[in-house]
Design a protein around this ligand. Sequence first.
Ligand code: NDP
Length: 262
Amino acid sequence: MRVVHLKETHSMFDLQGKVALITGGNGGIGLAMARGLASAGARIAVVGRNPDKLQAAVASLCQQGAEARPYAVDVCDEAAVAALMMQVVDDFGQLDIVLNNAGTNIRKPVQELSLSEWHTVLDTNLTSAFLCSRAAYPHLKKRGGKLINIGSMTSIFGASFAPAYSASKGGIVQLTRALATSWASDQIQVNAILPGWIDTELTQKARVEVAGLQERIIARTPAGRWGTPGDLAGIAVFLSSPASDFVTGTAIPVDGGYSVQA
Ligand code: NDP
């Protein structure tokens, strides 16, 4: 039997010498995952649209002792995404980890949703992951790499107030499986994280728009609380590190037990 020594366990999660790109890394869950990866030694490319949030996120990562740079890019823009990957590799010399985390929601019943609202949500949550993954592939392939997509509880369950969001997050799981099977032989592992209900800007809005949501979530979550962005940092480090080298195509809930509650 192979015995894993303490020092070896530590190095399994070591991201020294790795470069990670995180879309939507300028706030919420993305920034918390960026902090986790930076703590494990990765250098970070932070991607978002809002320049003030970008500067603040990079400043806080640098304050933590990380090397981080901001990239103001709309991840729905095919040409901008292609240029982004080239720029990151120019700046850092390599790209090893991509977290497709940027996301949005428009909460309306399906009969009230316009086609343009549908496209906004699908483009931001799903098409962007396709664009970023495709543009990153030649770089990840050079040394093997890690790709992480962010799904949701709506990857599993329906939500009457979020038809486009649910479709996009269901699609993220299937995209993850397709990429995992395509790129396993390139030593690229592709996995999805399915966060439960996490306290961020996105859900602060939901709590205003959906009556009783705050209480319903606590009642259904065995852990008895909403998640914090920091609850996602550990799984992001695991899926970015050598510890997960034989894990691919999975969709892992991080939800305080929400998805296993009867
Ligand atoms: P936030 O609203 O805090 O973060 C969303 C991020 O996405 C922002 O940093 C935003 O940057 C970025 N973003 C949105 N659109 C674009 C775009 N077109 N181009 C570039 N960046 C973009 O929400 P969360 O942190 O909660 O969400 C992060 C991810 O986690 C999303 O995919 C979300 O669906 C998912 N998720 C969240 C849950 C929760 O409970 N909070 C539960 C399940 C999944 P900027 O402001 O600069 O545009």
